[in-house]
Design a protein around this ligand. Structure first.
Ligand SMILES: NC(=O)c1ccc[n+]([C@@H]2O[C@H](COP(=O)([O-])OP(=O)(O)OC[C@H]3O[C@@H](n4cnc5c(N)ncnc54)[C@H](O)[C@@H]3O)[C@@H](O)[C@H]2O)c1
Length: 379
């Protein structure tokens, strides 16, 4: 094995996603050969209970109640910034000003103008920044991406990119920051799930030129901390009907971006589907061990099933026939970020760029305008 450079990571926001990173680092030895070896050495969170969870991570040396000590610590190589959306801009701009490398969480600012200000701050800094988007690292998703990128679709007919869960189907579920405009953003579910559906299409060059939106806020109140009813004012579900030019600039095609917090029967399903005149491909994390490809063969139309196996961008010790899951996708995304930071990504798939996060925000902004105007809007 080639030598691995140690990378000392700081986590800002010790919630759901901050803890996931600690778990990823704890099993980094699963990767066969990677240029970096990360460990979480510092954590910042104003909530003592969230911070205290990190007592179980032996490598953590610093426990802070705000982010400043982590941004100022020269022994920390890179940061993972996983805080509520209304804090993204202050934190990301401060991290760039401190010259820290970081993996930012989506949606990368509470709205499009916030995303642009963050991007400008990063442009003027030495920070290496990427944005979290793990689902395309499923082996089936990587294969679907590579198939579409190869030109095998021919003239593109339609693309569908979806993320659907049903966390909010229970009307009595308590309110949280992701369900409030103030903390999640006016884009609501698009802030929560939108970059997940935007990343692969944008990487393929499928950039929406117009957006018509159907936005739904189904559950408008939820129980607050004391049980009383509190406004739940974010969009629950968003269906964006887009037009996008073919990568060669010829005829436009139709593209649907769907994000839903209330999708009956769905647990946490990310899917990507693209059809063209010559071929087609579809993959869903709901059936993670298979993807389908379309071809016309001997005068017949054939959807064939392919099992990609456990063949990830960064090889692992696990058997090639063992099933891949969410935690594996997160580890692959971190492997991608840390390798790219070392200049060692090569031609492997990389996590979302700052430009992609800003482009996604422009689409979500057009969706909000479309909802008001009732017409398609340009991003
Ligand atoms: N990539 C993914 O699949 C994925 C999944 C869920 C959430 N996210 C994103 O991750 C980010 C965090 O979401 P989460 O689900 O972990 O939320 P969470 O509520 O579980 O955790 C957020 C943490 O941030 C802390 N916090 C609040 N103010 C802070 C401050 N000033 N300094 C430091 N910490 C502070 C909170 O106390 C909390 O512990 C969001 O941007 C969200 O969109 C990404």
């Amino acid at each position: 094995m080639s030598s691995q450079r140690p990378v000392r990571l700081g986590v800002v926001g010790a919630g759901l996603m901050g803890r996931e990173l600690a778990a990823v680092c704890g099993r980094w030895s699963q990767l066969i050969d990677h240029p970096a070896s990360p460990e979480v050495v510092a954590v910042a969170d104003p909530n003592p209970a969230a911070r205290d969870w990190f007592q179980r991570v032996p490598s953590v040396e610093t426990f802070a109640d705000d982010w400043a000590p982590l941004l100022e610590d020269p022994s920390i190589d890179a940061l993972y910034l996983a805080v509520p959306h209304h804090l993204h801009e202050d934190l990301y701009v401060a991290a760039a000003a401190a010259g820290k490398d970081f993996l930012a969480e989506k949606p990368f600012g509470i709205d499009a103008s916030s995303a642009q200000r963050i991007a400008a701050a990063i442009d003027g800094s030495d920070s290496f920044v990427r944005v979290s988007s793990e689902f395309p690292f499923f082996p089936g998703a990587l294969k679907a991406y590579a198939y579409a990128a190869s030109g095998a679709l021919g003239d593109i007919l339609e693309v569908r990119s979806q993320f659907a869960h049903s966390s909010d189907i229970d009307r009595n579920k308590a309110i949280n920051w992701k369900r409030r405009v103030e903390t999640c953003g006016e884009i609501g579910v698009m802030g929560d799930l939108g970059l997940h559906v935007a990343h692969v299409p944008l990487r393929l060059g499928y950039a929406p030129s117009s957006v018509y939106s159907l936005l739904d806020n189904v559950v408008t109140t939820r129980p607050g901390p004391d049980g009383s009813s509190v406004d739940c004012d974010t969009w629950d579900n968003a269906l964006l009907a887009c037009r996008a030019p073919q990568p060669d600039g010829t005829r436009d095609f139709s593209m649907l971006w769907e994000t839903r917090r209330i999708a009956p029967g769905q647990m946490n399903s990310w899917s990507f589907e693209a059809w063209g005149m010559d071929g087609g491909v579809r993959f869903s994390t709901r059936t993670p061990t298979t993807l389908q490809r379309f071809a016309r063969r001997d005068g017949e139309q054939v959807w064939e099933e392919v099992q990609p196996g456990n063949v990830s961008a960064w090889p692992v010790i696990s058997g090639g026939i063992f099933e891949f899951g969410f935690s594996d996708a997160l580890m692959q995304m971190w492997a991608s970020y840390l390798a790219e930071r070392e200049g060692a990504l090569g031609d492997r798939f990389g996590t979302a760029t700052v430009a992609e996060a800003v482009a996604a925000h422009r689409v979500f902004d057009a969706a909000l305008r479309s909802n008001v105007s009732g017409s398609a809007e340009r991003p």
